[in-house]
Design a protein around this ligand. Sequence first.
Ligand code: CA
Length: 217
Amino acid sequence: MRLLIVEDEKPLQTALAKGFHKLEYTVDTASDGEEAVELFFSNTYTLVVLDLNLPKLDGMEVLREIRMDNKDLPVLILSARSEVEDKIAGFDEGANDYLAKPFHFGELEARVRALLRRNFKTADTVIEIGEVRIDTAAKRLFVSAREISLSKKEYGIVEYLCLRRGEAVRPTELIEHIWESEADDVFNSFKVHLSKLRKKLPDTFIRNARGHGYYVE
Ligand code: CA
């Protein structure tokens, strides 16, 4: 899960990045509207947390740019402007949710999770596939009720595949959603994590659709 957090107040930006990072999300941050648009066009995000009052390019403008390119990406607006008109304008421009400042991090996190579930069409925080159970709120995985210890990247891969159950996902897409940097050895790193992960899961849980990527049935 790769999040883009757009917030110009540094302390808040840092706190949000740290908070989501701790919850095993991959996080990119932007401090103004132009940087946000640049990052949006150069990476693939699972969700955007967008402040409205931003230098260079207003949050509403950023949202318009995003929506011109991508209608489905969940966008949660964060704003000190609590006026109803702003909220309505945000929804009119295609925001999926709105949270007024100040807010509790727990509420933001819960709303982010709800948006992601909606986007992946999963109503529950717990995904059960055969003997595998994933608690996406606690970020824990169980096989036949036994908890399996996974690295952050291993967990990221299996969670993403389970959320996209039945669809083949290309390695490049998995890497974009789970890896923080695009280092040269990122593909090798992916292969290593995937192979370790597959050994910890039931045989054939993660399948390979030749030429199309990986999938969970
Ligand atoms: Ca601001």
